[in-house]
Design a protein around this ligand. Structure first.
Ligand code: GLC
Ligand code: CA
Length: 554
């Protein structure tokens, strides 16, 4: 099928809402769908095209809702199904698209299927929807293989059979309450197709596919040579691991990026294409080497895959340039558009990752302008536009299973999931009238949306301006070119400085050095990540850690 180059999602700005932390409307301390509805004007004012909602389905919420007990209903903590319908309607009426999460690798152990599996004997059809196996050892006390959970600890848990005896083991690559589904079982295929259609019928514009590379498993009864090393490599906890070793571990993971996943997405694509209105899908798939990622976005599979190169990138000119080139070249081969992600609910916030404080904020602003000028789609995580940092949380309030399963060795992801500060002077910054589910830092008044709205140099203003220019400038808006790698031309400059041109008439300069630099390019300055960019005699001078956008059409 020839790609439709004018499709909305090819260069959309998509904003991730983590509903639990966005806006509470009933005072229970947790955000809800009515809260998202109440902030649609804010979202619209950012200049985004679409909202991606992290899961709001029925769930015991052991992993922030990524432990789904019923994918076709709304958890009471978030509201009702009719709230979801109203949200979709209200967003559409403002010209915003809605993308929902789908979690096909596992179900919560509270899903009725899992309960049925427990109530039925080993070998039953009900058990075969998951990965149930007998244990090894004399009385089955050793797990079927030695795999580790990505969240720490073993990847298997043992159940108690209905007669009260210790029984079989089931596989869970994540928390023990997230049982991996067996995609060899046709019930699983049918049920997910039902879920896709359920939300497509309700009008959603797309899906973000959780752990999209995990569905097919191989060698399930074989031990891995280094399961703990593998888990560390997958969690990027590899500071003391030799590079070769890491490469070798990641290049062959028996439960990720197996050939079998692609057939699933070919089926799903047929479902998406059978609906009107350009429904899309974006895969969360960490694959290695990254060139394998393009296999997920072949023209009969998914539409986008998150490119996580920037999610772990330092503010370093050489690294960024090579990441950009590599990404553009790779996706060009399959004629898919690239995506760019600076942070999400699983990663440290951008400012924190870049060192925190004023310097971290400076680098984050410069990084955002670099990202917003690239061809393809961009993803913005709620609070990124406010320049929030990770909150320092006391261990007692942490809720992420990663914290518990690693016995505190990994603090987990709660620091990046603290609720959004809306109004500087309100209780809990206007997030809730109750007690926020995670405490909000006292010093966030200046970061609140209303404070930043009033301050012309704020992060929020920078994002609003960049998204607005991005949507209008002829060089940045929808390009419709089949080969995205041809959309930017690098301009040679000095070390630590990046400069590229996009036609017609747009040039970006990014100074990643910690000193100011003169660059022989000039034109009307459209936007700069810091004050103090000056021009004289055809030379632009950029302060340290600054990106600027220049109109070069005249
Ligand atoms: C994805 C989600 C993450 C979740 C995990 C297990 O990586 O983004 O939040 O914990 O899958 O579902
Ligand atoms: Ca609530």
């Amino acid at each position: 099928m020839t790609p439709q180059l004018s499709s909305w999602w090819r260069n959309a700005a998509i904003y991730q809402v983590y509903p639990r932390s966005f806006q509470d409307t009933n005072g229970d301390g947790e955000g809800d769908l009515r809260g998202v509805i109440s902030q649609l004007d804010y979202l619209k004012s950012l200049g985004i095209d679409a909202i991606w909602l992290s899961p709001f389905y029925t769930s015991p919420n052991n992993d922030g809702g990524y432990d789904v007990a019923n994918p076709r209903d709304v958890d009471p903590r978030f509201g009702t199904l009719s709230d979801a319908e109203e949200l979709i309607r209200a967003a559409h009426s403002k010209g915003l698209k809605i993308i929902v999460d789908i979690v096909p690798n596992h179900f919560s152990t509270e899903h009725e299927w899992f309960k049925e599996a427990l109530a039925n004997p080993p070998g039953s059809q009900a058990r075969s929807r998951f990965h149930f196996y007998d244990g090894r050892g004399e009385s089955g006390e050793i797990p079927p293989n030695n795999w580790c959970s990505i969240f720490g600890g073993p990847a298997w848990s043992r159940v108690t059979e209905s007669d009260g005896t210790p029984g079989q083991w089931y596989l869970h690559l994540f928390d023990s309450t997230q049982a991996d589904l067996n995609w060899e079982n046709s019930d699983v295929h049918e049920d997910f197709e039902k879920t896709l259609r359920f939300w497509l019928d309700k009008g959603v514009d797309g899906f973000r596919i959780d752990v999209a590379h995990g569905l097919a498993k191989e060698e399930i009864l074989k031990d891995h040579r280094d399961p703990e090393g593998l888990t560390r490599a997958l969690r990027l906890d590899v500071s003391d691991m030799p590079r070769d070793e890491r490469e070798s571990l990641l290049s062959d993971v028996p439960f990720f990026d197996r050939e079998g996943v692609h057939e699933i997405y070919r089926q799903w694509r047929k479902v998406f294409d059978s609906y009107s209105g350009e429904r899309m899908s974006v895969a969360e798939a960490w694959v290695h080497p990254s060139s394998r990622a393009t296999r997920y976005v072949r023209s009969d599979e998914l539409h986008q895959i998150f490119n996580f190169d920037f999610l772990i990138a330092e503010w370093n000119a050489e690294f960024l340039r090579s990441a950009i080139d590599k990404t553009l070249n790779e996706v060009s081969e399959v004629q898919a558009p690239p995506t760019w992600v600076l942070c999400n609910h699983d990663s440290p916030r951008l400012v924190s990752r870049l060192g925190g404080g004023d310097l971290g904020a400076k680098k984050a602003r410069a990084m955002a302008l670099l990202t917003h000028a690239l061809p393809g789609g961009i993803y913005i995580y709620q609070g990124e536009e406010l320049g929030l940092e990770d909150a320092n949380l006391p261990d007692e309030v942490r809720q992420d299973p990663v914290f518990f399963r690693t016995k505190g060795a990994d603090k987990g992801r709660d620091g990046a999931r603290v609720p959004i500060p809306w109004r500087a002077d309100d209780e809990n910054f206007g997030f809730t009238t109750g007690k926020p589910w995670l405490p909000m830092p006292r010093q966030w008044s200046d970061m609140a949306v209303d404070s930043q709205t009033q301050e012309s140099g704020s992060f929020l203003h920078l994002y609003r301006k960049s998204l607005s220019i991005r949507a209008k400038h002829p060089a940045l808006k929808q390009k419709n070119s089949i080969d995205v790698s041809s959309e930017i031309s690098w301009i040679p400059t000095q070390a630590g400085v990046l400069a590229f041109e996009r036609k017609p008439g747009f040039t970006l300069i990014a100074n990643c050095n910690d000193f100011s630099c003169d660059v022989e390019i000039s034109g009307e300055i459209l936007l700069a990540s810091q004050p103090g960019v000056t021009q004289k005699d055809g030379v632009t001078t950029l302060p340290a850690h600054t990106t600027c956008w220049i109109n070069t059409s005249h």
